[in-house]
Design a protein around this ligand. Structure first.
Ligand SMILES: [Zn+2]
Length: 593
Protein backbone atom coordinates (compact mmCIF):
# COMPACT_ATOMS: atom_id res chain seq x y z
CA UNK A 1 0.00 0.00 0.00
CA UNK A 2 1.13 3.57 -0.73
CA UNK A 3 1.74 5.86 2.22
CA UNK A 4 -1.56 7.15 3.66
CA UNK A 5 -3.56 4.88 1.38
CA UNK A 6 -6.89 3.93 2.93
CA UNK A 7 -9.15 1.03 2.01
CA UNK A 8 -12.73 0.85 3.10
CA UNK A 9 -14.34 -1.54 5.49
CA UNK A 10 -17.67 -2.87 4.24
CA UNK A 11 -18.67 -4.70 7.41
CA UNK A 12 -20.68 -1.72 8.57
CA UNK A 13 -23.07 -2.57 5.74
CA UNK A 14 -23.30 -6.29 6.35
CA UNK A 15 -21.41 -7.65 9.37
CA UNK A 16 -19.05 -10.56 8.74
CA UNK A 17 -20.89 -13.83 8.14
CA UNK A 18 -24.32 -12.19 8.11
CA UNK A 19 -24.98 -11.88 4.37
CA UNK A 20 -26.96 -15.12 4.00
CA UNK A 21 -29.08 -14.35 7.04
CA UNK A 22 -29.95 -10.91 5.70
CA UNK A 23 -30.62 -12.35 2.24
CA UNK A 24 -33.10 -14.82 3.72
CA UNK A 25 -34.79 -12.12 5.79
CA UNK A 26 -35.27 -9.96 2.68
CA UNK A 27 -36.67 -12.93 0.72
CA UNK A 28 -39.25 -13.61 3.45
CA UNK A 29 -40.04 -9.89 3.54
CA UNK A 30 -40.81 -9.88 -0.20
CA UNK A 31 -43.22 -12.81 0.24
CA UNK A 32 -44.99 -10.89 3.00
CA UNK A 33 -45.07 -7.75 0.81
CA UNK A 34 -46.70 -9.69 -1.98
CA UNK A 35 -49.63 -10.70 0.18
CA UNK A 36 -49.88 -7.31 1.89
CA UNK A 37 -51.89 -5.81 -0.99
CA UNK A 38 -54.95 -7.39 0.69
CA UNK A 39 -54.49 -5.08 3.65
CA UNK A 40 -54.88 -1.91 1.57
CA UNK A 41 -58.29 -0.29 1.39
CA UNK A 42 -59.41 3.34 1.23
CA UNK A 43 -60.99 3.02 4.67
CA UNK A 44 -57.96 1.52 6.45
CA UNK A 45 -56.75 3.33 9.57
CA UNK A 46 -53.78 5.67 9.45
CA UNK A 47 -52.05 3.43 11.95
CA UNK A 48 -52.43 0.33 9.78
CA UNK A 49 -51.23 2.25 6.73
CA UNK A 50 -48.19 3.52 8.57
CA UNK A 51 -47.36 0.00 9.72
CA UNK A 52 -47.36 -1.22 6.12
CA UNK A 53 -45.20 1.68 4.97
CA UNK A 54 -42.73 1.11 7.80
CA UNK A 55 -42.51 -2.53 6.86
CA UNK A 56 -41.78 -1.59 3.25
CA UNK A 57 -39.12 0.92 4.32
CA UNK A 58 -37.36 -1.70 6.42
CA UNK A 59 -37.42 -4.14 3.52
CA UNK A 60 -35.89 -1.49 1.26
CA UNK A 61 -33.16 -0.89 3.86
CA UNK A 62 -32.30 -4.60 3.81
CA UNK A 63 -32.28 -4.79 0.02
CA UNK A 64 -30.16 -1.69 -0.23
CA UNK A 65 -27.64 -3.11 2.22
CA UNK A 66 -27.39 -6.33 0.22
CA UNK A 67 -26.89 -4.58 -3.10
CA UNK A 68 -24.65 -1.86 -1.62
CA UNK A 69 -22.40 -4.50 -0.12
CA UNK A 70 -21.97 -6.38 -3.41
CA UNK A 71 -21.56 -3.38 -5.66
CA UNK A 72 -19.02 -1.67 -3.39
CA UNK A 73 -17.09 -4.90 -3.08
CA UNK A 74 -17.13 -5.27 -6.86
CA UNK A 75 -15.95 -1.66 -7.32
CA UNK A 76 -12.65 -2.41 -5.60
CA UNK A 77 -12.31 -5.94 -6.96
CA UNK A 78 -13.71 -5.93 -10.48
CA UNK A 79 -12.65 -9.48 -11.19
CA UNK A 80 -14.11 -11.06 -8.08
CA UNK A 81 -16.34 -13.97 -9.07
CA UNK A 82 -17.77 -14.14 -5.54
CA UNK A 83 -18.87 -10.51 -5.62
CA UNK A 84 -20.47 -11.04 -9.02
CA UNK A 85 -22.36 -14.09 -7.86
CA UNK A 86 -23.75 -12.28 -4.82
CA UNK A 87 -24.71 -9.34 -6.98
CA UNK A 88 -26.55 -11.43 -9.49
CA UNK A 89 -28.47 -13.16 -6.66
CA UNK A 90 -29.31 -9.75 -5.19
CA UNK A 91 -30.45 -8.51 -8.61
CA UNK A 92 -32.91 -11.41 -8.75
CA UNK A 93 -34.23 -10.39 -5.37
CA UNK A 94 -34.79 -6.85 -6.70
CA UNK A 95 -36.82 -8.17 -9.62
CA UNK A 96 -39.02 -10.08 -7.15
CA UNK A 97 -39.35 -6.96 -5.02
CA UNK A 98 -40.43 -4.79 -7.91
CA UNK A 99 -43.04 -7.38 -8.99
CA UNK A 100 -44.43 -7.38 -5.47
CA UNK A 101 -44.52 -3.61 -5.04
CA UNK A 102 -46.08 -2.65 -8.40
CA UNK A 103 -49.73 -3.37 -7.38
CA UNK A 104 -49.20 -1.37 -4.16
CA UNK A 105 -47.77 1.60 -6.06
CA UNK A 106 -50.63 1.37 -8.50
CA UNK A 107 -53.15 1.48 -5.70
CA UNK A 108 -51.38 4.42 -4.00
CA UNK A 109 -51.62 6.32 -7.28
CA UNK A 110 -55.38 5.86 -7.23
CA UNK A 111 -55.28 3.44 -10.16
CA UNK A 112 -57.12 0.13 -10.23
CA UNK A 113 -55.18 -2.72 -8.60
CA UNK A 114 -57.01 -6.02 -9.11
CA UNK A 115 -60.49 -5.82 -7.65
CA UNK A 116 -59.54 -3.44 -4.83
CA UNK A 117 -61.57 -0.24 -4.53
CA UNK A 118 -59.44 2.67 -5.82
CA UNK A 119 -57.86 5.11 -3.36
CA UNK A 120 -59.75 8.42 -3.57
CA UNK A 121 -58.10 11.83 -3.00
CA UNK A 122 -59.60 12.45 0.44
CA UNK A 123 -58.46 9.13 1.87
CA UNK A 124 -55.09 9.45 0.14
CA UNK A 125 -54.53 12.75 1.97
CA UNK A 126 -55.58 11.22 5.27
CA UNK A 127 -53.41 8.12 4.88
CA UNK A 128 -50.34 9.92 3.56
CA UNK A 129 -50.53 12.36 6.48
CA UNK A 130 -50.16 9.43 8.86
CA UNK A 131 -46.52 9.10 7.74
CA UNK A 132 -45.42 12.76 7.44
CA UNK A 133 -41.87 11.91 6.32
CA UNK A 134 -43.23 10.09 3.29
CA UNK A 135 -46.19 12.33 2.50
CA UNK A 136 -44.39 14.37 -0.20
CA UNK A 137 -42.88 11.27 -1.86
CA UNK A 138 -46.26 9.52 -1.91
CA UNK A 139 -48.08 12.65 -3.03
CA UNK A 140 -45.59 13.15 -5.88
CA UNK A 141 -46.00 9.56 -6.98
CA UNK A 142 -49.77 10.04 -6.94
CA UNK A 143 -49.56 13.28 -8.91
CA UNK A 144 -47.83 11.39 -11.73
CA UNK A 145 -50.96 9.28 -12.17
CA UNK A 146 -52.39 11.93 -14.52
CA UNK A 147 -49.61 10.96 -16.91
CA UNK A 148 -50.27 7.23 -16.56
CA UNK A 149 -52.18 5.19 -19.10
CA UNK A 150 -54.58 2.35 -18.34
CA UNK A 151 -52.80 -0.64 -16.75
CA UNK A 152 -53.18 -2.77 -19.89
CA UNK A 153 -51.75 0.03 -22.01
CA UNK A 154 -48.86 0.50 -19.58
CA UNK A 155 -48.09 -3.18 -19.87
CA UNK A 156 -48.01 -2.98 -23.64
CA UNK A 157 -45.84 0.14 -23.49
CA UNK A 158 -43.31 -1.46 -21.20
CA UNK A 159 -43.13 -4.65 -23.25
CA UNK A 160 -42.82 -2.79 -26.51
CA UNK A 161 -40.04 -0.63 -25.04
CA UNK A 162 -37.76 -3.67 -24.88
CA UNK A 163 -38.05 -4.32 -28.60
CA UNK A 164 -38.49 -0.63 -29.50
CA UNK A 165 -36.43 2.25 -28.11
CA UNK A 166 -34.61 -0.12 -25.75
CA UNK A 167 -33.32 -2.10 -28.73
CA UNK A 168 -32.52 1.09 -30.67
CA UNK A 169 -30.54 2.41 -27.76
CA UNK A 170 -28.57 -0.87 -27.61
CA UNK A 171 -28.09 -0.74 -31.36
CA UNK A 172 -26.56 2.74 -31.04
CA UNK A 173 -24.07 1.39 -28.48
CA UNK A 174 -23.21 -1.68 -30.53
CA UNK A 175 -22.72 0.36 -33.67
CA UNK A 176 -20.57 3.07 -32.08
CA UNK A 177 -18.61 0.65 -29.85
CA UNK A 178 -17.55 -1.14 -33.02
CA UNK A 179 -16.12 2.03 -34.60
CA UNK A 180 -12.46 2.11 -35.55
CA UNK A 181 -10.60 5.38 -35.60
CA UNK A 182 -7.83 6.28 -38.03
CA UNK A 183 -5.60 8.71 -36.16
CA UNK A 184 -3.30 10.51 -38.60
CA UNK A 185 -1.22 13.15 -36.79
CA UNK A 186 0.94 15.26 -39.10
CA UNK A 187 4.42 13.88 -39.65
CA UNK A 188 3.78 10.71 -37.65
CA UNK A 189 2.76 7.18 -38.53
CA UNK A 190 -1.02 6.76 -38.71
CA UNK A 191 -2.59 4.52 -36.10
CA UNK A 192 -5.83 2.57 -36.01
CA UNK A 193 -7.56 2.75 -32.64
CA UNK A 194 -10.38 0.50 -31.49
CA UNK A 195 -11.82 2.76 -28.83
CA UNK A 196 -12.36 6.47 -28.14
CA UNK A 197 -10.41 6.60 -24.90
CA UNK A 198 -6.86 6.83 -26.34
CA UNK A 199 -8.15 9.31 -28.92
CA UNK A 200 -9.71 11.58 -26.32
CA UNK A 201 -6.35 11.87 -24.56
CA UNK A 202 -5.08 13.75 -27.60
CA UNK A 203 -7.75 16.47 -27.11
CA UNK A 204 -5.43 17.60 -24.29
CA UNK A 205 -2.25 17.28 -26.34
CA UNK A 206 0.26 20.13 -26.38
CA UNK A 207 0.58 19.77 -30.19
CA UNK A 208 -2.11 21.63 -32.18
CA UNK A 209 -1.93 19.22 -35.13
CA UNK A 210 -2.41 16.23 -32.84
CA UNK A 211 -5.55 17.76 -31.33
CA UNK A 212 -6.97 18.44 -34.77
CA UNK A 213 -6.14 14.93 -35.98
CA UNK A 214 -7.83 13.41 -32.91
CA UNK A 215 -11.15 15.22 -33.51
CA UNK A 216 -11.06 14.40 -37.21
CA UNK A 217 -10.44 10.75 -36.45
CA UNK A 218 -13.24 10.76 -33.91
CA UNK A 219 -15.92 12.14 -36.21
CA UNK A 220 -14.93 10.24 -39.33
CA UNK A 221 -16.87 6.99 -38.56
CA UNK A 222 -19.86 9.05 -37.39
CA UNK A 223 -19.91 10.66 -40.82
CA UNK A 224 -19.63 7.31 -42.57
CA UNK A 225 -22.54 5.92 -40.53
CA UNK A 226 -24.63 9.07 -40.49
CA UNK A 227 -27.66 7.54 -42.20
CA UNK A 228 -27.91 4.69 -39.68
CA UNK A 229 -27.30 7.01 -36.71
CA UNK A 230 -29.89 9.45 -37.99
CA UNK A 231 -32.49 6.69 -38.41
CA UNK A 232 -31.87 5.51 -34.84
CA UNK A 233 -32.12 9.05 -33.47
CA UNK A 234 -35.19 9.86 -35.52
CA UNK A 235 -37.04 6.80 -34.19
CA UNK A 236 -36.05 7.58 -30.59
CA UNK A 237 -37.19 11.20 -30.89
CA UNK A 238 -40.48 10.30 -32.58
CA UNK A 239 -41.15 7.74 -29.87
CA UNK A 240 -40.42 10.29 -27.12
CA UNK A 241 -42.62 12.91 -28.76
CA UNK A 242 -45.52 10.51 -29.18
CA UNK A 243 -45.16 9.22 -25.59
CA UNK A 244 -45.21 12.76 -24.27
CA UNK A 245 -48.43 13.42 -26.20
CA UNK A 246 -50.10 10.18 -25.08
CA UNK A 247 -49.15 10.97 -21.48
CA UNK A 248 -50.57 14.49 -21.81
CA UNK A 249 -47.40 16.48 -21.23
CA UNK A 250 -47.51 20.03 -22.59
CA UNK A 251 -44.18 19.51 -24.42
CA UNK A 252 -41.56 16.78 -24.94
CA UNK A 253 -39.08 18.34 -22.47
CA UNK A 254 -41.86 18.57 -19.91
CA UNK A 255 -41.91 14.77 -19.64
CA UNK A 256 -38.30 14.91 -18.40
CA UNK A 257 -39.00 17.91 -16.12
CA UNK A 258 -41.85 16.15 -14.32
CA UNK A 259 -39.60 13.21 -13.69
CA UNK A 260 -36.87 15.54 -12.37
CA UNK A 261 -39.36 17.53 -10.27
CA UNK A 262 -38.36 20.79 -11.92
CA UNK A 263 -40.95 23.33 -13.11
CA UNK A 264 -40.89 23.93 -16.89
CA UNK A 265 -40.38 27.66 -16.31
CA UNK A 266 -37.13 27.04 -14.39
CA UNK A 267 -35.60 25.17 -17.34
CA UNK A 268 -36.63 27.94 -19.72
CA UNK A 269 -35.01 30.53 -17.47
CA UNK A 270 -31.87 28.44 -17.08
CA UNK A 271 -31.40 28.04 -20.84
CA UNK A 272 -32.05 31.73 -21.43
CA UNK A 273 -29.58 32.77 -18.72
CA UNK A 274 -26.93 30.51 -20.26
CA UNK A 275 -27.57 31.95 -23.70
CA UNK A 276 -27.33 35.52 -22.38
CA UNK A 277 -24.01 34.73 -20.73
CA UNK A 278 -22.38 32.92 -23.65
CA UNK A 279 -20.35 36.12 -24.15
CA UNK A 280 -18.53 35.55 -20.88
CA UNK A 281 -17.09 32.31 -22.21
CA UNK A 282 -16.27 33.94 -25.54
CA UNK A 283 -14.17 36.45 -23.59
CA UNK A 284 -12.49 33.53 -21.83
CA UNK A 285 -11.69 31.82 -25.12
CA UNK A 286 -10.23 35.04 -26.53
CA UNK A 287 -8.06 35.34 -23.46
CA UNK A 288 -6.96 31.73 -23.79
CA UNK A 289 -6.09 32.33 -27.45
CA UNK A 290 -3.96 35.32 -26.42
CA UNK A 291 -2.16 33.31 -23.73
CA UNK A 292 -1.51 30.56 -26.26
CA UNK A 293 -0.22 33.20 -28.70
CA UNK A 294 -2.89 32.32 -31.22
CA UNK A 295 -4.92 34.78 -33.26
CA UNK A 296 -8.07 32.82 -32.66
CA UNK A 297 -8.83 29.65 -30.81
CA UNK A 298 -10.10 26.72 -32.83
CA UNK A 299 -12.70 24.32 -31.42
CA UNK A 300 -9.84 21.78 -31.43
CA UNK A 301 -7.92 23.91 -28.89
CA UNK A 302 -10.50 24.32 -26.16
CA UNK A 303 -9.04 21.62 -23.93
CA UNK A 304 -5.42 22.34 -24.86
CA UNK A 305 -3.04 22.79 -21.93
CA UNK A 306 -1.52 26.21 -21.50
CA UNK A 307 1.45 25.12 -19.50
CA UNK A 308 2.25 22.18 -17.36
CA UNK A 309 2.31 22.68 -13.62
CA UNK A 310 3.67 19.64 -11.86
CA UNK A 311 2.63 19.67 -8.25
CA UNK A 312 1.65 16.67 -6.17
CA UNK A 313 -0.20 16.93 -2.91
CA UNK A 314 0.09 13.86 -0.68
CA UNK A 315 -3.22 12.43 0.52
CA UNK A 316 -2.88 13.48 4.17
CA UNK A 317 -2.18 17.07 3.11
CA UNK A 318 -5.17 17.07 0.78
CA UNK A 319 -7.33 15.68 3.58
CA UNK A 320 -6.16 18.52 5.87
CA UNK A 321 -6.63 21.13 3.16
CA UNK A 322 -10.15 19.92 2.40
CA UNK A 323 -11.35 19.53 5.99
CA UNK A 324 -9.74 22.82 7.15
CA UNK A 325 -11.42 24.63 4.27
CA UNK A 326 -14.74 22.99 5.12
CA UNK A 327 -14.28 24.09 8.75
CA UNK A 328 -13.90 27.74 7.79
CA UNK A 329 -17.16 27.43 5.85
CA UNK A 330 -19.07 25.37 8.40
CA UNK A 331 -17.77 23.30 11.35
CA UNK A 332 -20.56 20.81 10.58
CA UNK A 333 -19.17 20.22 7.07
CA UNK A 334 -15.69 19.48 8.47
CA UNK A 335 -16.97 17.19 11.21
CA UNK A 336 -19.05 15.13 8.76
CA UNK A 337 -16.18 14.77 6.27
CA UNK A 338 -13.84 13.66 9.07
CA UNK A 339 -16.34 11.00 10.14
CA UNK A 340 -16.04 9.36 6.71
CA UNK A 341 -12.26 9.09 7.11
CA UNK A 342 -12.35 7.98 10.74
CA UNK A 343 -14.94 5.27 10.10
CA UNK A 344 -12.83 3.78 7.28
CA UNK A 345 -15.56 4.47 4.72
CA UNK A 346 -13.17 5.72 2.06
CA UNK A 347 -11.05 3.91 -0.51
CA UNK A 348 -8.43 6.36 -1.64
CA UNK A 349 -5.86 5.17 -4.19
CA UNK A 350 -5.92 3.58 -7.63
CA UNK A 351 -4.82 -0.04 -7.91
CA UNK A 352 -5.25 -2.82 -10.46
CA UNK A 353 -8.74 -4.28 -10.50
CA UNK A 354 -10.35 -1.19 -8.95
CA UNK A 355 -12.99 0.86 -10.71
CA UNK A 356 -11.78 4.13 -12.20
CA UNK A 357 -13.31 7.52 -11.42
CA UNK A 358 -14.87 8.51 -8.13
CA UNK A 359 -18.25 8.29 -6.42
CA UNK A 360 -20.04 8.52 -3.13
CA UNK A 361 -22.49 5.80 -2.23
CA UNK A 362 -25.30 6.32 0.21
CA UNK A 363 -26.31 2.75 0.99
CA UNK A 364 -29.00 3.62 3.52
CA UNK A 365 -29.49 6.71 5.71
CA UNK A 366 -28.63 4.57 8.76
CA UNK A 367 -25.11 3.88 7.46
CA UNK A 368 -22.39 6.50 7.04
CA UNK A 369 -21.82 7.00 3.27
CA UNK A 370 -18.90 5.40 1.43
CA UNK A 371 -16.52 7.31 -0.85
CA UNK A 372 -14.38 5.86 -3.63
CA UNK A 373 -11.49 7.89 -5.05
CA UNK A 374 -8.60 7.23 -7.36
CA UNK A 375 -6.36 9.81 -5.77
CA UNK A 376 -3.23 10.77 -7.69
CA UNK A 377 -2.25 14.03 -5.99
CA UNK A 378 -2.86 16.49 -8.83
CA UNK A 379 -5.15 19.48 -8.40
CA UNK A 380 -8.08 17.79 -10.04
CA UNK A 381 -7.91 14.81 -7.70
CA UNK A 382 -7.95 17.22 -4.71
CA UNK A 383 -11.12 18.78 -6.22
CA UNK A 384 -12.63 15.34 -6.68
CA UNK A 385 -11.96 14.52 -3.04
CA UNK A 386 -13.80 17.70 -2.02
CA UNK A 387 -16.63 16.93 -4.46
CA UNK A 388 -17.28 13.37 -3.25
CA UNK A 389 -16.98 14.36 0.42
CA UNK A 390 -19.55 17.06 -0.38
CA UNK A 391 -21.94 14.31 -1.50
CA UNK A 392 -21.23 12.43 1.73
CA UNK A 393 -21.97 15.59 3.78
CA UNK A 394 -25.25 15.98 1.91
CA UNK A 395 -26.20 12.38 2.66
CA UNK A 396 -25.34 12.75 6.34
CA UNK A 397 -27.38 15.99 6.52
CA UNK A 398 -30.47 14.19 5.22
CA UNK A 399 -29.95 10.96 7.16
CA UNK A 400 -32.76 11.75 9.59
CA UNK A 401 -35.31 10.66 6.99
CA UNK A 402 -36.66 7.25 6.17
CA UNK A 403 -34.90 5.61 3.19
CA UNK A 404 -37.47 6.68 0.54
CA UNK A 405 -37.29 10.31 1.63
CA UNK A 406 -33.55 10.53 2.34
CA UNK A 407 -32.08 10.46 -1.16
CA UNK A 408 -31.79 13.82 -2.85
CA UNK A 409 -33.88 14.97 -5.79
CA UNK A 410 -32.00 15.48 -9.05
CA UNK A 411 -31.99 19.31 -9.12
CA UNK A 412 -30.36 19.47 -5.68
CA UNK A 413 -28.14 16.40 -6.07
CA UNK A 414 -24.98 18.35 -6.90
CA UNK A 415 -25.45 21.22 -4.44
CA UNK A 416 -23.17 20.19 -1.58
CA UNK A 417 -20.61 18.54 -3.85
CA UNK A 418 -20.21 21.58 -6.09
CA UNK A 419 -20.12 24.04 -3.19
CA UNK A 420 -17.47 21.87 -1.52
CA UNK A 421 -15.48 21.90 -4.74
CA UNK A 422 -15.76 25.70 -5.10
CA UNK A 423 -14.60 26.53 -1.58
CA UNK A 424 -11.62 24.19 -1.88
CA UNK A 425 -10.83 25.63 -5.31
CA UNK A 426 -10.84 29.17 -3.89
CA UNK A 427 -8.55 28.06 -1.04
CA UNK A 428 -6.12 26.45 -3.49
CA UNK A 429 -6.15 29.67 -5.47
CA UNK A 430 -5.38 31.77 -2.41
CA UNK A 431 -2.53 29.56 -1.35
CA UNK A 432 -1.02 28.96 -4.82
CA UNK A 433 2.67 29.85 -4.72
CA UNK A 434 3.10 31.31 -8.19
CA UNK A 435 1.14 33.16 -10.84
CA UNK A 436 1.67 30.15 -13.12
CA UNK A 437 0.02 27.83 -10.65
CA UNK A 438 -2.89 30.26 -10.19
CA UNK A 439 -3.35 30.60 -13.91
CA UNK A 440 -3.40 26.84 -14.41
CA UNK A 441 -6.05 26.43 -11.69
CA UNK A 442 -8.27 29.17 -13.10
CA UNK A 443 -7.91 27.88 -16.65
CA UNK A 444 -8.93 24.39 -15.60
CA UNK A 445 -11.94 25.76 -13.70
CA UNK A 446 -13.18 27.90 -16.60
CA UNK A 447 -12.87 25.08 -19.12
CA UNK A 448 -14.76 22.81 -16.70
CA UNK A 449 -17.47 25.46 -16.28
CA UNK A 450 -17.79 25.78 -20.06
CA UNK A 451 -18.11 22.01 -20.48
CA UNK A 452 -20.66 21.52 -17.72
CA UNK A 453 -22.74 24.65 -18.15
CA UNK A 454 -22.77 26.07 -21.68
CA UNK A 455 -21.98 22.93 -23.65
CA UNK A 456 -24.68 20.90 -21.89
CA UNK A 457 -27.27 23.68 -22.14
CA UNK A 458 -26.67 23.92 -25.89
CA UNK A 459 -27.00 20.17 -26.29
CA UNK A 460 -30.46 20.55 -24.77
CA UNK A 461 -31.22 23.47 -27.09
CA UNK A 462 -30.34 21.17 -29.96
CA UNK A 463 -32.66 18.48 -28.61
CA UNK A 464 -35.50 21.00 -28.26
CA UNK A 465 -35.09 21.85 -31.94
CA UNK A 466 -34.75 18.22 -33.01
CA UNK A 467 -37.87 17.17 -31.09
CA UNK A 468 -39.80 20.15 -32.43
CA UNK A 469 -38.86 19.58 -36.04
CA UNK A 470 -38.80 15.80 -36.29
CA UNK A 471 -42.57 15.51 -36.69
CA UNK A 472 -42.49 17.75 -39.76
CA UNK A 473 -39.80 15.67 -41.45
CA UNK A 474 -36.12 16.56 -41.43
CA UNK A 475 -33.04 15.16 -43.12
CA UNK A 476 -29.82 14.11 -41.41
CA UNK A 477 -28.15 17.13 -42.98
CA UNK A 478 -30.73 19.46 -41.44
CA UNK A 479 -29.86 18.15 -37.98
CA UNK A 480 -26.16 18.57 -38.68
CA UNK A 481 -26.68 22.16 -39.83
CA UNK A 482 -28.86 22.89 -36.81
CA UNK A 483 -26.15 21.55 -34.46
CA UNK A 484 -23.37 23.44 -36.21
CA UNK A 485 -25.43 26.63 -36.16
CA UNK A 486 -25.98 26.40 -32.40
CA UNK A 487 -22.30 25.66 -31.85
CA UNK A 488 -21.23 28.66 -33.91
CA UNK A 489 -23.78 30.93 -32.26
CA UNK A 490 -22.54 30.26 -28.73
CA UNK A 491 -18.88 30.56 -29.69
CA UNK A 492 -19.51 33.76 -31.67
CA UNK A 493 -16.39 35.02 -33.38
CA UNK A 494 -14.22 33.85 -30.48
CA UNK A 495 -13.76 30.28 -31.64
CA UNK A 496 -13.41 28.89 -35.13
CA UNK A 497 -15.58 25.80 -35.55
CA UNK A 498 -14.56 23.43 -38.32
CA UNK A 499 -17.24 21.87 -40.43
CA UNK A 500 -16.83 18.31 -39.11
CA UNK A 501 -18.24 19.38 -35.74
CA UNK A 502 -21.66 19.25 -37.43
CA UNK A 503 -21.47 15.51 -36.69
CA UNK A 504 -20.88 15.96 -32.99
CA UNK A 505 -24.54 15.50 -31.97
CA UNK A 506 -24.36 11.88 -33.10
CA UNK A 507 -21.45 11.33 -30.70
CA UNK A 508 -23.44 12.37 -27.56
CA UNK A 509 -24.88 9.14 -26.11
CA UNK A 510 -27.17 10.92 -23.63
CA UNK A 511 -29.42 12.31 -26.34
CA UNK A 512 -30.03 8.76 -27.54
CA UNK A 513 -30.33 7.05 -24.16
CA UNK A 514 -31.92 9.70 -21.94
CA UNK A 515 -33.38 12.60 -23.92
CA UNK A 516 -33.03 16.02 -22.26
CA UNK A 517 -30.89 14.62 -19.47
CA UNK A 518 -27.98 16.97 -20.15
CA UNK A 519 -29.54 20.04 -18.57
CA UNK A 520 -29.12 18.31 -15.22
CA UNK A 521 -25.40 19.07 -15.43
CA UNK A 522 -25.83 22.79 -16.11
CA UNK A 523 -28.63 22.96 -13.58
CA UNK A 524 -26.65 21.37 -10.75
CA UNK A 525 -23.56 23.47 -11.36
CA UNK A 526 -25.38 26.77 -11.77
CA UNK A 527 -27.58 26.17 -8.76
CA UNK A 528 -24.57 25.50 -6.54
CA UNK A 529 -22.76 28.56 -7.92
CA UNK A 530 -25.84 30.73 -7.34
CA UNK A 531 -26.13 29.52 -3.75
CA UNK A 532 -22.44 30.14 -3.27
CA UNK A 533 -22.82 33.69 -4.56
CA UNK A 534 -25.48 34.25 -1.87
CA UNK A 535 -23.04 32.91 0.69
CA UNK A 536 -20.47 35.39 -0.56
CA UNK A 537 -22.82 38.34 -0.22
CA UNK A 538 -24.53 37.29 3.02
CA UNK A 539 -21.56 35.63 4.69
CA UNK A 540 -21.85 32.92 7.32
CA UNK A 541 -25.50 33.84 7.99
CA UNK A 542 -26.34 32.00 4.77
CA UNK A 543 -24.64 28.72 5.82
CA UNK A 544 -27.54 27.47 8.02
CA UNK A 545 -29.82 28.01 5.01
CA UNK A 546 -27.60 25.82 2.85
CA UNK A 547 -27.55 23.20 5.59
CA UNK A 548 -31.33 23.35 5.79
CA UNK A 549 -31.61 22.79 2.04
CA UNK A 550 -29.37 19.74 2.39
CA UNK A 551 -31.28 18.32 5.34
CA UNK A 552 -34.56 17.87 3.43
CA UNK A 553 -33.47 14.98 1.24
CA UNK A 554 -36.43 14.25 -1.00
CA UNK A 555 -39.03 14.87 1.71
CA UNK A 556 -40.19 18.08 -0.02
CA UNK A 557 -40.24 19.35 -3.60
CA UNK A 558 -37.00 21.06 -4.71
CA UNK A 559 -39.01 24.13 -5.64
CA UNK A 560 -40.51 24.40 -2.13
CA UNK A 561 -37.19 23.71 -0.43
CA UNK A 562 -35.57 26.59 -2.32
CA UNK A 563 -38.55 28.91 -1.85
CA UNK A 564 -38.31 28.37 1.88
CA UNK A 565 -34.86 29.97 1.86
CA UNK A 566 -36.10 32.76 -0.41
CA UNK A 567 -35.04 31.40 -3.81
CA UNK A 568 -37.23 31.18 -6.89
CA UNK A 569 -35.82 28.86 -9.57
CA UNK A 570 -37.85 30.59 -12.27
CA UNK A 571 -36.37 33.98 -11.40
CA UNK A 572 -33.77 35.16 -13.89
CA UNK A 573 -31.93 37.23 -11.26
CA UNK A 574 -31.20 34.18 -9.14
CA UNK A 575 -29.30 32.43 -11.95
CA UNK A 576 -27.30 35.54 -12.75
CA UNK A 577 -25.50 35.13 -9.40
CA UNK A 578 -23.77 32.04 -10.78
CA UNK A 579 -22.40 33.85 -13.79
CA UNK A 580 -21.14 36.66 -11.54
CA UNK A 581 -18.92 34.16 -9.73
CA UNK A 582 -17.56 32.93 -13.07
CA UNK A 583 -17.01 36.52 -14.16
CA UNK A 584 -14.93 37.05 -11.00
CA UNK A 585 -12.68 34.10 -11.89
CA UNK A 586 -12.31 35.36 -15.43
CA UNK A 587 -11.27 38.82 -14.13
CA UNK A 588 -8.66 37.23 -11.88
CA UNK A 589 -7.32 35.29 -14.83
CA UNK A 590 -7.10 38.45 -16.91
CA UNK A 591 -5.18 40.27 -14.17
CA UNK A 592 -2.59 37.51 -14.07
CA UNK A 593 -1.90 38.26 -17.74
ZN1 LIG B 1 -21.31 14.72 -8.13
Amino acid sequence: MTAHEMRWNLHDIVPKGRFEGLFKKAGTGIERLKSSIDKYSPGMTGQAFRREMEFNEELMEDLSRLSGYCSLWEATDLKSQDAKLLRSRTDNLFVKYSDAVIPIHHWLRGLPAGDRPALDDGNARRLFASFPDLSYVLGHMRSLAVHSLAPGEERIMSRKRVSGTGALSDLYDVLTDGFQYRFRPKGRRPQTLNSQEPLRKHFYSARPSEREAAYRALFEPYGRNLTALFLIYQAIVKDWVSDSQLRKHPSPVSMRNVHNQVPDAAIGTLLKATEDNAGLFQEFFRLKAGLMKLKRLRRYDILAPLEEVKKTVPLDRARRLVTDTFRSFSPGFAEKAERVFKAGHIDTHPRPGKRSGAFCSNVTPKILPYVLLNYTGNSSSVSTMAHELGHAIHDICSSGHTISAAGTTLPLAETASTIAEIIVFERMLETARSAREKRALLMEKMVDAYSTIVRQAYIVKFELEAHRRMGGGVKADDLCQCYLGLLRSHFGSAVEVADEFRLEWAYIPHIFHTPFYCYAYSFGDLLALALYSRYRSQGSAFVPKIERILSYGSSKSPDDILKEVGIDMADRKFWQGSFDILRGWLDQLRKLG
